[in-house]
Ligand binder design. Structure first.
Ligand code: ADP
Length: 581
């Protein structure tokens, strides 16, 4: 068997997707969790099987190729299911929800060999919320007048409640129990409206930019307030204060100004206020219709933003005269994806990505109180400034005993030492290389140590110690270290041409051998017994480093010369320093 076929066996075990109109949300389980670069989620050990993390990621639906790449490189490949002949991939079935589970089904099948096992969108949302409310302590909270208060959820008194999911559009769902729900209302004025109108009105390019603008703006510049109409006084007879908004954007009609005369910050602020207010009010009216006292708000529009939550809370509080409560969820954006993820639990499975039943144990050890990540989204630093967020949720998931966790480093397969020259105890293994040097030439269709180093890199780099099983492992360690160094040089190189220059410069640097200053692993190799041996080893290292550099460039950059973030993100990692001899 080609060693590549056995790589990364089921390191990430389960995946669920929620493909919405604006964003694709991913929830996946990673036994060691470390490959959720840029932040992630800690998942504990449920029934002594696997400890890892629930990782959450999101991508813009319009950039679906990024999502495909992410799944290909960070999930399928790590799961050992990236077969090139397609046979294993054809059988992969993954839970998916949202409209995109239909729209993009063919694309995922064609590009990744993944077949969607579709879960109903509303059902998934409700399952996701119920899972969070029942499982994760300090998940729900109120936010009013700048005060955040966590709400203790009594499992026996959870229902009924109103779920308001603010995605591109808004759905309002009355939830009466597990699997008992009804979509009672909604509005098309949702997160998509905020983003769409915001882009048109302010020329900003992204949601984050629009939020940033809205932070700095003042809605009173454009909104017509009660006081503007009443000469600065309240309309107290009907309970309207002078600062209440009488008409969103209402001042624009009388000011005689053009759009350019307004600051984009103020426009963004009014828009955010208008959308949030409207949703809060419609939510309250629906809660009133059905006598519901608790309203949970979810969806990516909220993004933990204080101003948004405050506006919604004030609307609910104001209209209900304090009777109904607006509550928010710490993992508001991933409700549908979580619901789809938890639906694995009811099924037995036949493929590698499907977990066993009881995948998600409803036992949570702890949930981090530190939710600062909410307001400063963790950027995985992977795609040119467009943030990919990972959220942390410390919770406990038990995975099936059948899902094997790769908890060992990948060793080199070149254990045969016969006929191999050594220098400083390092086997000078053959290379598929045209670069001049002392390495014997390997056949082009055979795996060489550079292939191993590159293929194993993204798994091995996570380990903090590396038990050596053969002398070839020492070379593997050296090359893993070298790839790590080279990736750090490539960080920030936005094109293949710039990256190539950085790598050429790295190649010009001195290459120390054991015993010389700067050799990375003292004691890993024996000291040279002569100048000749030192030169031989130096020349071999030079050749193998150059060969590695060339092949690294071809994976770290795409065919069009742009960086492949799923490689360059690994520049952040620091490879081990403990070598077990
Ligand atoms: P959907 O499933 O319809 O895509 P989501 O719950 O994912 O809905 O929310 C989408 C909304 O979230 C967008 O319309 C926008 O208002 C908001 N949003 C939050 N973060 C982003 C982002 N980084 N890019 C685009 N929209 C975002």
């Amino acid at each position: 068997m080609d060693p590549k076929d056995s790589l990364f066996s089921t390191q990430i075990s389960h995946l669920a997707l929620d493909i919405g109109g604006t964003l694709i949300k991913l929830v996946y389980f990673s036994p060691n969790g470390d490959n959720c670069e840029g932040g992630s989620i800690v998942v504990g050990n449920g029934c002594s099987v696997v400890q890892g993390r629930l990782c959450f990621a999101k991508f813009e639906t319009r950039k679906i190729d990024d999502c495909l790449d992410f799944i290909r490189f960070n999930i399928l490949q790590h799961s050992g299911v990236q077969h090139t002949n397609g046979t294993a991939r054809d059988k992969l079935s993954v839970k998916a929800t949202g409209g995109g589970a239909f729209k993009f089904a063919d694309l995922f099948k064609e590009k990744l060999g993944i077949v969607f096992d579709k879960e109903d969108e509303m059902h998934s949302l409700v399952c996701g919320v119920n899972f969070l409310l029942k499982t994760v302590p300090r998940e729900a909270f109120t936010y009013l007048d700048g005060q955040k208060e966590f709400v203790q959820i009594d499992h026996n008194d959870l229902y009924p409640y109103l779920l308001v999911n603010i995605g591109s559009g808004v759905s309002m769902i009355k939830v009466d129990g597990d699997g008992k729900y009804e979509r009672i209302s909604g509005t098309s004025l949702g997160g998509g409206t905020f983003l769409g109108l915001g882009k048109l009105l302010t020329n900003c390019k992204s949601f984050d930019e629009l939020l940033e603008l809205s932070h700095q703006g003042n809605n009173r510049v454009i909104d017509m307030l009660v006081g503007d109409i009443y000469g600065g006084t309240d309309y107290s007879k009907i309970g309207l204060s002078s600062t209440a908004i009488a008409s969103s954007f209402g001042k624009a009609i009388s000011d005689g100004k053009e759009l350019e005369d307004y600051q984009p910050e103020d426009v963004a602020r009014s828009l955010l206020r208008m959308i949030s207010n409207n949703i809060g009010q419609i939510a309250y009216l629906n809660a009133l219709r059905f006598g519901l006292k608790r309203i949970f708000f979810g969806g990516f529009f909220i993004r933990g933003l204080e101003y948004t939550m405050d506006t919604i809370s004030v609307a609910v509080h104001f209209w209900s005269r304090g009777e109904a409560k607006a509550m928010f969820l710490r993992h508001e954006g991933f409700l549908g994806a979580l619901g789809a993820f938890t639906s694995y639990k009811d099924q037995s499975h036949s493929t590698e990505l499907k977990p066993h039943h009881h995948t998600v144990e409803r036992a949570v050890l702890k949930c981090s109180d530190d939710d600062s990540f909410r307001h400063t989204p963790v950027t995985a630093n992977v795609n040119d400034g467009e943030a990919i967020e990972f959220r942390r949720l410390e919770t406990t998931v038990a995975t099936s005993p059948r899902i094997l966790h790769r908890n060992q480093v990948y060793h080199s397969s070149f254990v045969e030492e016969e006929g191999i020259t050594k220098a400083c105890g390092c086997p000078l293994l053959p290379l598929k290389s045209h670069i001049k040097g002392p390495a014997p030439v390997s056949e082009q269709d055979r795996t060489d140590i550079v292939d191993e180093a590159i293929t194993f890199f993204r798994a091995n780099v996570f380990f903090t110690n590396f038990p050596i099983k053969s002398p070839a492992d020492k070379l593997l360690i050296y090359l893993t270290f070298y790839i790590n160094v080279a990736l750090k040089r490539l960080e920030g190189c936005r094109t293949l041409a710039v990256g190539t220059k950085a790598i050429i410069n790295l190649g010009l640097e001195d290459i120390p051998v054991p015993g010389e200053t700067g050799f990375p692993f003292p004691g890993l190799f024996s000291l040279p017994s002569s100048q000749e041996e030192a030169d031989l080893f130096r020349n071999y290292l030079k050749q193998v480093r150059e060969e590695t550099s060339g092949r690294l460039l071809s994976v770290a950059y795409r065919a069009n010369g742009t960086p492949n973030k799923w490689w360059l993100a690994f520049a952040k990692r620091k490879f081990i320093n403990v070598v077990l001899l």
